[in-house]
Write a protein that binds this ligand. Sequence first.
Ligand code: UDP
Ligand code: MG
Length: 318
Amino acid sequence: MPSPPVIAIVVPCFNEEAVLPFSIPKLLAILARMAQQSLASPDSYILCCDDGSRDATWKIISDLHLRDRRVKGISLAHNRGHQYALLAGLMTAKDHCDAAISIDADLQDDTDAIIEMVRRFISGKEIVFGVRDDRTSDSWFKRTTAHAFYSLQRKMGIETIYDHADFRLMSQRALELLSEYGESNLFLRGIVPQLGLESDTVSYARKQRAAGESKYPLVRMLSFSIDGITSFSARPMRWVFFTGLILLAIDLLVGIYVGFSILYSDKLEAGWASILLSIWFLGSLILMSIGLIGEYIGKIFIEVKQRPRYAIRDILFD
Ligand code: UDP
Ligand code: MG
């Protein structure tokens, strides 16, 4: 029998001092359990990626590292956001593990699913997606907006896994392929299904955040969603074009109607409201289109610079 795989659990952390002291021991216990059952090598480890936290997060990680070398850490020089912290962690783990599992620091995702993911990996899957089959712990609003977002993505031709956040296992091969995606506008959930490797899903129930606050309030969630679409699909631009075309057709029909009324009836169209409304309507459409074009140009601007996507300030990896 081949020796059990080295598993790296990658945990992005931004201002997580409230949850880390609970989460890390829990993850260590999972590693120990898997080592006991010969599912994972005793050299498996947890890699915490401090995303430029302003609280005691890095201190907690360093202390845990001193006590137990299975806790490793990298610290980003700036707060770059969940996706980049995750990428930094995955790329650091890439050459030092057989498979990496990403999970949020608050452990809202079921840690027992980790064991199931590793089982699937051992049986030959390269990628295992964690899928939430029970989201009752999320607010109604978060659930509805999330589902609207998934269907919008599908309509735009973006391959997505419903109710999958960034809780997943990736084999070393998958990580190697991921490292070839050099884009700066990073939306991992869109990239990973594109890698074309054999994958599987594991369902679990999502829990409440144990402590601390969500780092994804509405506005951040919204801009994350916009990234998720504009980094992958140019269809919104076409939609805007078609909307313009339809509006033009309506405009023409109304124009014909007005022309006929002037010719064949003595009623004058007193269209104060309609004129004002249409000016505002068109104005807002124009603004939206410009904004959308700007969105893409902004993305091009970021991509052509080809800057490094994150800067590592400190690393605890021994
Ligand atoms: N996170 C991060 N950088 C950020 C914001 C969040 O690394 O700028 C991490 C955070 O520490 C957590 C994960 O991303 O581990 C998900 O964040 P959170 O739980 O706040 O989001 P939610 O579950 O509410 O969507
Ligand atoms: Mg969370």
